[in-house]
Design a protein around this ligand. Structure first.
Ligand SMILES: C[S@@+](CC[C@H](N)C(=O)[O-])C[C@H]1O[C@@H](n2cnc3c(N)ncnc32)[C@H](O)[C@@H]1O
Length: 299
């Protein structure tokens, strides 16, 4: 994932974003000999190769077209998708909230369209590694093609065709980032996989899933500092004569739940250390044993 991919004149075979006169964006690969057809004429993609980013072209029909390297958010929003992607507003938050750092070892599930994978790859850099679990072969093949198109030189991404609920196979993992329907099923094996102090993060669309996950994390007795966030952003319409929020916004997408792996807590008798954040007995599912209930409720 060399930084040089992001500089210099536009090269044959790389991805560009073409922006039309209405600021509509089109993600296009600069395939030699091909034409790109717009609503008003075409451009020869060979004419784009060798231009500096930010150059203008004119279509055969007389419309202006701007050529740029795509931002990661352009790729995420414009690439062909196999299912729901994580939106840029959440991707940014995941990097900070999930404390993804250069050189980190990250396990992710599921791969999906690869939006989160590409974001993680960028953040861990060349010294880090990402292992992404996926159960659908077709999804994995298509997504891997997309990822390599925008990040041609990476060799530190592994796609693991496996059900993450059956266990995380990696060890000494710094961060586990999940976008699967039942992340609580990963909590026990995440404890095996994570380094001491490692971070578990899940992206969840519904509050019911959040509740299930938070209870499960706390019930392990080893995940602490369990926190939940939701990210809302609102774009604005700014012109000479108007300054207001846009009428439409991407409102709810999902919640972020994170927790840190700790060692087992020592037993103390002090009342002052009784933990208000632990779930009350009535929040525990009936399936929990009386022993587990006692663990949280006994003084
Ligand atoms: C919502 S999509 C992930 C989207 C992805 N985060 C992105 O940004 O494009 C969920 C993906 O998880 C996969 N998946 C679901 N359950 C899984 C499991 N138990 N193990 C591995 N992958 C799973 C699905 O096949 C699907 O591709």
């Amino acid at each position: 994932m060399s930084e040089s991919n992001h500089t210099g004149p536009l090269r044959a075979e790389e991805l560009v974003v073409l922006v039309d006169h209405r600021e509509r964006r089109y993600l296009v690969q600069l395939t030699p000999g091909k034409r790109y057809h717009t609503h008003n004429g075409y451009i020869d993609l060979d004419d784009v190769v060798g231009l500096e980013e930010g150059s203008w072209l004119v279509t055969s029909g007389g419309n202006r077209i701007l050529a740029l390297r795509p931002l990661l958010s352009d790729i995420v929003l414009e690439m062909p998708r196999s299912g729901q992607v994580v939106y840029p507003k959440d991707l940014g938050a995941i990097l900070i909230y999930g404390d993804i750092f250069p050189g980190a070892s990250v396990v992710e599930a599921g791969l999906g369209s690869g939006a989160l994978t590409m974001t993680l790859m960028r953040a861990v850099g060349e010294r880090g590694r990402v292992v992404s679990y996926e159960v659908r072969q077709q999804t994995a093949e298509k997504t891997l093609g997309n990822v390599h198109l925008s990040m041609p030189n990476i060799d530190n991404l592994t796609i693991r065709m496996a059900d993450v609920y059956e266990g995380v196979q990696e060890r000494e993992v710094d961060r586990i980032v999940l976008d699967v329907p039942e992340p609580w099923r990963v909590a026990p094996s995440a404890l095996e996989a994570l380094v001491p102090g490692g971070l578990f993060l899940a992206f969840l669309p519904t509050a019911l899933q959040v509740h299930e996950l938070v209870n499960a994390l706390r019930n392990t007795g080893r995940f602490r500092l369990v926190e939940t966030q939701e990210v809302l952003t609102r774009s604005w319409h700014v012109t000479r004569s108007s300054l207001r929020p846009d009428h439409r916004m991407v409102a709810h997408t999902g919640f972020l739940v994170r927790a840190r792996k700790t060692s087992a807590r020592p037993h103390v008798d002090l009342d002052s250390e009784r933990d208000e954040s632990l779930p009350e007995a009535e929040f525990l599912r009936p399936a929990h044993s009386q022993q587990e209930v006692n663990k949280w409720t006994e003084p």
